[in-house]
Design a protein around this ligand. Sequence first.
Ligand SMILES: CC(C)(COP(=O)(O)OP(=O)(O)OC[C@H]1O[C@@H](n2cnc3c(N)ncnc32)[C@H](O)[C@@H]1OP(=O)(O)O)[C@@H](O)C(=O)NCCC(=O)NCCS
Length: 180
Amino acid sequence: MQTRLLKRSDASWAAEVVRERWNGPFIVSKGKVHDTRQLPGIIADDEDRAVGLLLYSHEGGDIEIVTLDALEPLRGIGRLLLDAISARAVEVGVKRIWLVTSNDNVGAVAFYSRCGFRLVHVWLEAITKARSLKPQIPLKDKNGVPIRDELEFEKRMPNQSPDPTPASGTPAAQVRRQGE
Ligand SMILES: CC(C)(COP(=O)(O)OP(=O)(O)OC[C@H]1O[C@@H](n2cnc3c(N)ncnc32)[C@H](O)[C@@H]1OP(=O)(O)O)[C@@H](O)C(=O)NCCC(=O)NCCS
């Protein structure tokens, strides 16, 4: 398996992945609407088959992972794509890679935690608010769990220290309402 940058000729395949998996093409994170058709990306190929897609936004010195999909779960595709975006971040001098996922996505929580990302914020009701921008976001997941909050994960790149920890200690993650 290997990774490569998304090319113009991958656009319709990528659009189909985002449509099927995220009711694309628009993705809302922390109140911002991303048009995924405009985003750069990385593809994982297994021989001549595309099996994974990561779309990202590079703004303000950070990289945000906007979507990440392993079309065949638990084969190392997700980790491979995170390795590729980390390498890219180092290459372009980015300090931090971050993303949000929804409160119901316990698989993603386990995955990002296994892959060296840390939960740094819980944005309460961020998804409730995002529904005004993207009404297709379901109210509940397939297990009936209400989808309401965004969980923000980050990975600091080598030689980039995390924010200083106050002497009294800091909560494992900051819980805020969007807009605070
Ligand atoms: C989340 C996702 C990208 C993970 O990709 P993947 O290719 O299945 O993950 P990998 O095989 O690379 O797994 C890497 C590690 O995470 C762990 N992991 C992955 N999914 C997990 C899950 N659902 N529960 C627990 N652990 C999980 C693996 O066991 C592995 O751990 P290891 O290093 O101890 O072996 C994939 O499940 C997916 O596409 N989900 C749907 C879309 C999504 O939720 N994307 C993320 C939010 S943007």
